[in-house]
Ligand binder design. Structure first.
Ligand SMILES: [Zn+2]
Length: 101
């Protein structure tokens, strides 16, 4: 009986060195995306956050003041993890510039 102590790792399969038996690797579970605010608090869809510093809106002269709150955030893929509306304007925020409100 194969003890499978010596195995070769291939991208999609394992191979036993002792007997040559090969078997498929179990697909890795998709990593859950964890978005944390500036203080390490985990954020979730629907949370409210507050800016921890003034942020200049890209492409405009408008500045969003630190402390401004955004309700009902949505976590999205990409560089700016938080999609939300502030004063009616849909914007993307980086999680490192907010704290959970
Ligand atoms: Zn084997």
């Amino acid at each position: 009986m194969c003890e499978m102590t010596e195995v070769l790792e291939h991208p999609e399969r394992w191979e036993c060195i002792t007997c040559g038996h090969e078997w498929e690797r179990a697909p890795a579970p998709p990593a859950a995306r964890v978005v944390k605010d500036a203080y390490g608090t985990v954020l979730a869809d629907g949370d409210s956050v507050a800016l921890i510093k003034d942020l200049k809106l890209k492409g405009s002269s408008q500045v969003i003041k630190g402390g401004t709150k955004a309700k009902g955030i949505r976590l999205v893929d990409g560089d700016h993890e938080i999609s939300c509306k502030i004063e009616g304007v849909a914007i993307g925020l980086k999680a490192c510039f907010v704290r959970k409100a």
